[in-house]
Design a protein around this ligand. Structure first.
Ligand code: F0G
Length: 481
């Protein structure tokens, strides 16, 4: 990352790339936004892209690709078996991780399915710093359970601790001691998604892996958000100051038995897979790939995406590339803090996270504050975020609501997609909304699927608060969009 300071002292992230292909965006009037979110059952997953200005739902599969990635897609070798593209991708993974074996899968959750089917059976326990939705679903589907062993700081919304994704090593050791016979592997999630893209330190990763190996268990890393975690290790950890990004990556990968990832995030393409050092482990999982994904040299992926991924993985070793996301997120987070708006701190990877519990404390958890804030942010600015609160949880078996430990609205910043002025616009509309937060009310379900309700569920406002918000917007902004 180039060390560039503005003469005026302004803290603004600077893009070290230029835009060469653009896509037009619509910004529809506030009245249409209110209509669109009603049509979508107040669920941002159900909005149509034509009604969205800044899509901050996710960074998954929507990061900008480089010219080198697009060029590589033109030389993809489209053969069912023995594709040269597969060899190039396996070589890229070996350069980056030092792994000899690679099992391709169509995306991250497919890799999770293969790992879970190989190691999880009824009664199995999988300890991890924190779960991800699809990870947990695959483990519980097979009768296993997840034990979260993140440090206490990890679930504190505001903190200045630089590595909130760290394992609590004492808790982990206790678990290994007491229930080790039920634990086949421990999962380390780099750049911990659901607690705000929070990283682990290199030291914690190494100590965790050593501890798990002492107990004879496997160490599995979910590297989907590794690029952000690498950046944070480099800039936040004294121990890593003099290590390059490829060196940090190797230090991590040498300690892992299995590394799997969503290439919709890592590698800036679309796909996924599992990298493995050891041949016998590779053979243990191999037959599931042709059964569920596709032949061993493509695993359900397009070879074009695989070429892009190979280049994207090499580009992930470049600080200029991987710093862009975290620097934009830090900028957005700091601007919001300056305006007094409650956010998750410190800024992490993936996106900026608004703390709905403090943004609209008058909306009770039973009325889904993070979901309501998601609908309100969309009405205010045509900015689409993702609810990460109680709606994203599942009800208890007795039908009672499982209240989430945090109520967050995630505003993802796909890498190299938005400009600083677009981020400034989002901050401006969120500030307007914050000044009018008393107008925001809660939501209730009208259609509630029994699983993954956050994807398809439909809700309605508990009062006419969306109309009030639209009226206030018109008063304050006049004819402006
Ligand atoms: N692991 C992590 C940490 C993830 O963030 C994701 C996806 C997956 C696994 C699953 O990968 O989508 O390729 O099947 N996260 C996306 C998100 C969906 O929006 O955060 P996938």
């Amino acid at each position: 990352m180039a060390d560039i300071h503005f003469y005026t002292g302004e803290a603004l992230p600077l893009e070290l790339h230029k835009v060469r292909i653009v896509q037009h965006l619509n910004l529809v009037p506030v009245e249409r936004r209110a209509e669109a979110i009603a049509e979508a059952g107040y669920n941002t997953f159900l909005l149509r892209n034509r009604d969205i200005f800044l899509d901050m739902l996710t960074d998954s599969g929507v990061n900008a690709m480089s010219d080198r990635q697009l060029a590589a897609m033109m030389i993809a070798d489209d053969s069912y078996a023995g594709s040269e593209t597969f060899t190039r991708l396996t070589d890229a993974l070996e350069r980056v991780f030092g792994t000899k074996y690679f099992l391709p899968a169509h995306q991250g959750r497919a890799a999770e399915n293969i790992i879970a089917m190989t190691f999880v059976k009824p009664g199995t326990i999988i300890p991890m710093n924190y779960h991800f939705t699809t990870t947990k679903a695959h483990i519980t589907r097979l009768g296993g359970t997840v034990e979260e062993v993140v440090i206490d700081e990890g679930v504190k919304v505001t903190s200045d601790f630089p590595f909130k994704g760290n394992f609590d090593l004492e808790k982990l050791e206790k678990l290994l001691k007491e229930k080790g016979d039920r634990i086949p592997f421990v999962r380390i999630e780099a750049g911990t998604n659901l607690i705000g893209g929070q990283p682990l330190s290199l030291e914690n990763i190494e100590k965790t892996a050593d501890l798990v190996h002492r107990y004879g268990k496997l160490v599995v890393m979910d590297a989907s958000l590794l690029q952000d975690n690498l950046y944070f290790i480099k800039v936040r950890e004294e121990k890593a100051k003099n290590l390059s990004i490829p060196e940090i990556t190797r230090r991590i990968s040498e300690k892992m038995d299995i590394i799997y990832f969503s290439a919709r995030k890592l590698g800036f393409a679309r796909g996924g897979g599992i990298s493995i050092h050891d041949k016998s482990l590779y053979l243990k999982m191999r037959e599931l790939v042709p059964m569920f994904e596709g032949f061993l040299t493509y695993g359900g992926m397009s070879v074009r995406e695989m070429e892009a991924m190979a280049v994207g993985l090499d580009e992930t070793m470049d600080m200029d590339v991987i710093s862009q996301g975290p620097l934009f997120i830090e900028y957005m987070t700091k601007e919001l803090i300056k305006l007094g708006i409650p956010v998750v701190t410190p800024a992490g990877g993936l996106g900026c996270h608004l703390d709905a519990s403090r943004f609209i404390p008058h909306v009770s958890q039973e009325e889904y504050p993070a979901g309501a804030l998601g609908a309100a942010v969309y009405i205010a600015g045509s900015v689409r975020g993702m609810e990460r609160g109680t709606i994203s949880e599942q009800r208890e078996p007795d039908g009672s609501e499982h209240l989430a430990s945090v109520e967050l609205l995630r505003l993802a910043l796909p890498r190299r997609v938005f400009t600083a002025s677009q981020v400034k616009y989002a901050v401006d509309r969120i500030k307007w909304l914050y000044d009018n937060r008393n107008l925001i009310g809660g939501l209730r379900f009208v259609e509630e699927p029994s699983s993954l309700r956050f994807f398809f569920g439909r809700l309605e406002p508990v009062s006419d608060w969306p109309e009030k918000l639209v009226r206030k917007f018109r008063e304050d902004f006049g004819e402006s969009l």
